[in-house]
Ligand binder design. Structure first.
Ligand SMILES: Nc1ncnc2c(CN3C[C@H](CCSCCOCCO)[C@@H](O)C3)c[nH]c12
Length: 227
């Protein structure tokens, strides 16, 4: 079973259109779509926005639906200057920029007995890179930072870049990475850029959410053929 996770309805819908939904299971105030694609069993859901919702949905996919890998598809704000709206990025690792226990001498993003960074699955990332090569698509890879905030300030964006060496920003990957690390499940995260995470990002986000969600979804479908 492969878990396909998104945060928002707009991110999941273009994927659902491409798979054969066999059953919809209502559980934990959410809907889980059991589907087939290219003779593979999938469980798909959108978690709702944020780290708690995405951690909850990832855990249900793994524990209840027996997902053996989690693939995230969605949109992100750009931190690296060379990332433009519609560009694709995969996470080498994820982190949580809104964790702050620095008063106790810990680094930003660190919870005692846990990790700052959660590694993404290298074999899934190499499949993504070979798919991008085959389709002649630009695909960046880098650290992607998460927090329960929509970032729309150059100052905050630059702080996250300096503190975590992050290339993009969103609100779920660090939490899903932690769940997959905890349960020893391979984690892959693909994002298409929807905004600059600077002043005015909210306007761009509203304008490009649907289009960038489709870019990510289209690539994910191509990846599913190779897994
Ligand atoms: N700059 C940014 N900062 C943080 N995250 C992101 C992301 C990634 N996703 C989009 C969504 C945030 C938008 S909440 C929208 C509320 O509904 C608005 C109606 O559509 C959340 O799931 C994280 C894109 N640009 C970002």
């Amino acid at each position: 079973m492969i878990g396909i996770l998104c945060a928002m309805r707009e991110e999941l819908e273009p994927i659902l259109e491409e798979v054969e939904v066999k059953e919809v299971v209502e559980y934990g105030k959410n809907k889980f779509y059991l589907a087939k694609f290219d003779n593979k069993d999938l469980v798909l859901a959108y978690s709702k926005i944020g780290k708690v919702n995405s951690a909850t949905t990832a855990t249900i996919m793994i524990e209840k639906f027996k997902a053996k890998k989690i693939l995230f598809s969605g949109v992100a704000g750009a931190i690296d200057e060379d990332l433009k709206i519609g560009d694709l990025i995969i996470a080498t690792k994820t982190c949580q920029h809104d964790i702050d226990l620095t008063v106790f001498g810990y680094p930003y993003g660190y919870i005692p007995e846990s990790e700052v960074y959660f590694e993404c699955d290298k074999s899934l990332n190499s499949i993504a890179k070979s798919v991008a090569k085959k389709l002649n698509l630009k695909l960046k890879e880098g650290i992607i930072a998460s927090g329960d905030q929509f970032i729309h300030s150059k100052e905050k964006k630059e702080w996250i870049k300096k503190t975590f060496n992050a290339s993009a920003i969103e609100m779920e990957g660090g939490a899903v990475g932690c769940v997959c690390f905890t349960l020893n499940i391979p984690f892959f995260m693909l994002r298409a850029i929807s905004d600059s995470a600077e002043e005015g990002a909210g306007i761009d986000f509203d304008e490009f959410l649907e289009e960038s969600s489709k870019v990510s979804a289209k690539f994910l479908i191509e990846m599913l053929k190779e897994i």
